[in-house]
Write a protein that binds this ligand. Structure first.
Ligand code: FAD
Ligand code: NAD
Length: 473
């Protein structure tokens, strides 16, 4: 039966962004309608972070026996049961699904509509049998893979995030197009499970990150036998049999044949089917036109998460969700600072970053302090025999922290404290002043900060002061 709903907020899309907005809004007592056309939890739960990190966790176990000999543990070849790996991924999703479910959110007072949402006009959304006239709308529809303009791509049978986790068998030779975070995480996971893996990028691998830090990651991936080809242009894709593919390159490079092809060239906001024009919302191939408050050209409608375009990550999506609700309910100015969202690339070793990179900081500050400390100076790293990598901290000339990057084991866990430091405007002096547990990898961050104080201790003024005090006995 047709019905009309008039909530404070209508959220379109129940992924990481939409669910965090819905949870925040009902917590503040707002009335909320949440519209989801497919599965609750979105890409995040079904095709993104959760299944990919579950795959990586399995691959880590496959790799572990090979690092045993230096500890006196014999190396063994992993016996990989790929069907069981797939089941582990499905079990992980199933375990986490209840917290994302319609029942869970309905119990908190959210009206969940399982249907595709599309705008009828600037104040009305149609979803199934419901007409929703909300005070404000939030587009949280996520992103979709973008097919590259490579001849033969349409017929190449290329796998995407949506299909890779359903593979019945381990690929013999997986060719990945795109050496970004996604491409390289998949590359190492499949390599460790036993596939031959080639990754092709037409630019630098992990090109958005600091090359000094990515060098640590790329070295390890290449040592594990992953064939990473940078600045390599694909000219044609030809399907061979059911899944197989031949990848042709510009003259002078031999074609590459693989059993499977995976697309990892980036994603774009999923805006199809929303009828944005009817709501007066301007968008183009590049996505939505948004102001600094995440408002579309229709000021009743906001966009968050991957749908908003920049910095695709669950951490960004969740932050958007919470901020946008406060902006709507309290009419507060919303300030999105993308650099404050930490990002982690879950390869082994990991690459974690928060704040400005050295290049970004140099564009904003005339004088910088750049401090480094290697894992090789950490007792714990030697205990674990994992000494490759380092931390790099960028601060202004007064010691205020502007950014931190860590390439090495457990980098993703170690970036937390630097994220807090940035959020609270802490200085290197602050980061040198706490007591670090021993032996822990996190100590490398404290040591990097101490190098700043050592430079200050060597200043002539400090020496003179010590000299004067010495005279008093
Ligand atoms: C393989 C992979 C690994 C990743 N790993 C990480 C990671 O380790 N860490 C990290 O932070 N990020 C990671 N990401 C990125 C992260 O998954 C996304 O940034 C996050 O899911 C974005 O959340 P979202 O809510 O914006 O979109 P989604 O989670 O995609 O949710 C969007 C929802 O909107 C629904 N929808 C779309 N259109 C409509 C409509 N018209 N009506 C109703 N519903 C609609 C969709 O069905 C979907 O459920 C990864 C991504 C991929 C692909
Ligand atoms: N751990 C994480 O937080 C995590 C993990 C996976 C993805 N993500 C996020 O999801 C988003 C998408 O990730 P991604 O890795 O797909 O995108 P990306 O934009 O980071 O990388 C895509 C890569 O594909 C290359 N490329 C593009 N077109 C190409 C072509 N025709 N031929 C060869 N190479 C081509 C680009 O040069 C780039 O290196 C990113 O914003 C990423 O941060 C985050």
């Amino acid at each position: 039966m047709a019905r009309t709903l008039t909530p404070d907020i209508c959220i379109i899309g129940a992924g990481a962004a939409g669910l965090s907005a819905a949870a925040a809004a009902v917590t503040y007592g707002a009335s909320v309608v949440l519209v989801e056309k497919s599965r609750m939890g979105g890409n995040h739960l079904h095709h993104g972070c959760i299944p990919s990190k579950a795959l990586i966790a399995a691959s880590r176990h496959a790799h572990a026996p090979q690092s045993g000999p230096p500890f006196g543990i014999g190396a063994t070849q992993p016996d990989v049961d790929f069907a069981a790996v797939r089941q582990h991924i499905r079990d992980t999703i199933a375990t986490l699904a209840p917290n994302n479910s319609a029942e869970h959110f309905t119990a908190f007072g959210v009206e969940v509509i399982k249907a595709e949402g599309r705008f009828a006009d600037g104040q009305t959304l149609l979803a199934g049998d419901a007409t929703v006239r909300a005070r404000r709308f939030v587009i949280a529809t996520g992103s979709v893979p973008v097919p590259p303009p490579i001849p033969g791509f349409d017929k190449s049978g290329c796998l995407t995030d949506e299909t890779i986790f359903d593979l019945p068998r381990l690929p013999e030779h997986l060719i990945i197009i795109g050496a970004g975070a996604r491409g390289l995480e998949f590359a190492q996971a499949f390599r460790r499970l036993g596939s031959q893996v080639s990754v092709i990028d037409d630019a630098n691998a992990l090109g958005a990150e600091d090359p000094e830090m990515t060098a640590v990651i790329l070295r390890q991936l290449r040592e594990e036998g992953i064939d990473i080809r940078e600045h390599t242009r694909i000219t044609h894709l030809t399907r061979l049999g059911r899944h197989g593919v031949r990848v042709s390159f510009t003259t002078g490079h031999r074609a590459l044949e693989g059993s499977h092809l995976l697309l990892a060239t980036g994603r774009a906001p999923d805006l199809d089917g929303l009828d944005l024009g009817r709501a007066g919302i301007v968008h183009g191939e590049w996505g939505l036109k948004l102001d600094t408050r995440l408002r579309t050209t229709n000021h009743r409608v906001y966009a968050i998460g991957d749908a908003a375009g920049a910095g695709e990550s669950t951490a960004a999506a969740r932050t958007h969700g919470e901020l946008v609700v406060r902006a709507i309910l309290f009419r507060l100015p919303l300030r999105v600072r993308p650099s404050m969202v930490p990002r982690i690339i879950f390869t082994d070793p990991e690459l974690a970053h928060v704040g400005l990179t050295e290049t970004e900081a140099a564009a904003k500050h005339r004088r910088l302090r750049v401090l480094r400390w290697p894992y090789a100076e950490s007792d714990r790293a030697h205990i674990e025999r994992s000494t490759h990598g380092h931390i790099k901290v960028v601060a202004d000339s007064g010691g205020r922290i502007l950014g931190a990057s860590i390439a090495g084991p457990m980098a993703g866990e170690m970036i937390h404290i630097w994220s807090l430091a940035l959020a609270k405007g802490l200085t290197l002096r602050d980061m040198a002043s706490y007591i670090a547990p021993y032996p822990s990898l996190g100590e490398i961050g404290k040591h990097a900060a101490i190098t700043y104080l050592i430079a200050a201790a060597r200043m002539p003024f400090a020496r003179r002061l010590i000299g004067i005090l010495r005279k008093f006995g």
